[in-house]
Ligand binder design. Structure first.
Ligand code: SF4
Length: 498
């Protein structure tokens, strides 16, 4: 899928996603489970907050000294025999990797999980060059079979149930239908093992790059990152330039918070350290290691004093799970490689005006800031980007946002609030309207909820049930206030009515 998605599509996609009750149920279940795991793992680790503060301080330092750290990292990697390429944008990164694949006669590429390679749209480019590209992370493998973009940074197939995956494997892998997770995982593992052994090139992302030693760190749970980075003869690591950290000691703090927030684990199953190609006399490991350092808009973020904080991100994905918008629309509605709160703040810099609508995809509730392991103030950045978009479009006389929709929606909301304010100042009219509404709607209620209401209320019932007005309680309340209430409460009711 292309990252070049018009802003208008965001609204169309969100409306469709919100109306998809099955999707909402899957998202609620998966994200809810994740939040429970995260809460439990944190509760048994009293040092979590201290580690979070330490991680934040290290990121502040690393981003403030990014240029020096990158120079140091490049020198150390090259000293180990790695070849380092600094890509200014996605096109340069793609070109380097595709030309490398052509030069080495690569036919099959295995990929570990990497959002950076999604960002540069590497798979289609390698496909056009005649390479078969196989995603080896289970979630990525599933979405690749469906020819979809990942729906989540950490859980690419979060939008699918085990039944959906059973049907997919039945159709694409020609196995008997099963929705048993262990059986589905075993099938994928068997297919992927053959692929690993026949691969000429492995490609993965990078979680951290340690400048002092020139070491790349890859954390994962399935072992596919280790296989992708060690079995093929050529290995390519694609890292955003913000992944660099000063020292090995710094890494220990990040490892304490990353898995706890990303998956609710104390530590991921595998922590891989990659320093270079195999040396003389060694039998394992790739013959060539290439490191692509990707800018693609990151230095522009660095130059913005508010937005630069977004470069602290560890890509743990927790802000997606806690976001009330993401939990209702899922990742695909965002139309960006990076969905959710973090996607809303980095996408405009990485993908340009086509993501201009995303900073508006937030309620500014602050839950993302609360859960973030490095305390990124996402709501502040969202407001900053909204201001930039509005100020920019006002000065240029144009906006990447769909023009007609915002003013109409804002105007309708303002009119609605004004009408309500007028009604609220007439308590008798309010009571009468409430009673009439209750009488009219009660026959249509099922278990206390209305599944349909006429326009404009249909905007609500299209995506959720509406609580039916409770006539019996109202009658009881009136009986209580008129017949049995004492003199003092009656006086209070009278004062409240004024
Ligand atoms: S912004 Fe924070 S919570 Fe969201 S993915 Fe990045 S590190 Fe995780």
């Amino acid at each position: 899928m292309s990252n070049d998605i018009p802003a208008q599509d965001f609204f169309a996609r969100s409306e469709a996603a919100v109306a998809d009750t099955a999707l909402r149920r899957k998202l609620e279940n998966a994200t809810g489970r994740h939040l429970e795991h995260v809460a439990a793992t944190r509760a048994e680790f009293p040092a979590y907050e201290a580690e979070r503060d330490a991680s934040r301080r290290i990121k502040e330092h690393a981003i403030a000294h990014l240029d020096q750290l990158l120079v140091q990292l490049k020198e150390r990697l090259e000293a180990h025999g790695c070849r380092v390429f600094v890509a200014a944008d996605a096109a340069e990164a793609r070109k380097y990797i595709v030309e490398l694949a052509r030069a080495r006669g690569v036919r099959r590429v295995v990929k570990g999980k990497s959002m950076a390679t999604e960002e540069i749209e590497l798979n289609p480019a390698l496909g056009e060059a005649g390479c078969e590209v196989v995603e080896t992370d289970l979630g990525e493998y599933i979405v690749q079979l469906r020819r979809e973009r990942p729906s989540h940074i950490i859980t690419p197939a979060i939008h699918l149930s085990k039944e959906d995956i059973g049907l997919l494997f039945n159709e694409k892998l020609h196995i008997p239908y099963t929705s048993e997770p262990a059986a589905l995982t075993a099938v994928a593992r068997e297919r992927l093992r053959e692929t690993f052994l026949a691969a000429d090139m492995g490609v993965t992302g990078v979680n951290f790059a340690i400048a002092e030693f020139g070491t790349l760190v890859l954390v994962e749970n399935e072992g596919n990152g280790r296989m992708s980075s060690t079995l093929p003869e050529v290995f390519v690591a694609v890292m955003g330039i913000e992944k660099v950290i000063p020292s090995l000691e710094d890494l220990s703090h990040f490892l304490e918070v990353l898995a706890r927030t990303a998956t609710g684990q104390k530590l991921t199953t595998y922590t891989n350290f990659i320093s270079g190609p195999r040396r003389d006399g060694e039998t394992d490991g790739p013959g060539e290691v290439h490191v692509v350092m990707l800018d693609n808009g990151r230095t522009a973020m660095l130059a913005d004093p508010v937005l630069r904080e977004a470069l602290y991100c560890l890509r743990c994905g927790a802000c997606l799970n806690v976001c009330p918008v993401y939990r209702r629309i899922g990742g695909h509605a965002y139309g960006s490689t990076y969905p959710g709160p973090i996607g809303s703040i980095v996408s405009p810099s990485l993908f340009g005006a086509t993501s201009a609508a995303l900073p508006f995809a937030s309620t500014l509730c602050g839950a993302c800031r609360e859960i973030c392991p490095v305390k990124i103030d996402i709501p502040r950045i969202l407001l900053h980007l909204r201001w930039k978009e509005t100020a920019g479009s006002a000065s240029e006389g144009k906006s990447a946002l769909p023009e007609p929709k915002w003013p109409r929606a804002a105007e309708r909301a303002r009119e609605g609030v004004e009408s309500f304010a007028r009604l609220a100042n007439r308590p008798n009219t309010m009571r009468l309207m409430g009673k009439l509404a209750a009488l009219a709607l009660w026959p249509f209620a099922r278990r206390g909820y209305l599944k349909w209401m006429p326009p404009p209320f249909s905007n609500w019932t299209r995506v959720r049930d509406f609580p039916a007005p409770k006539l019996t309680r109202r009658r009881k309340a009136r009986r209580a206030s008129s017949g049995t209430a004492s003199a003092a409460p009656a006086a209070n009711v009278s004062r409240a009515s004024r």
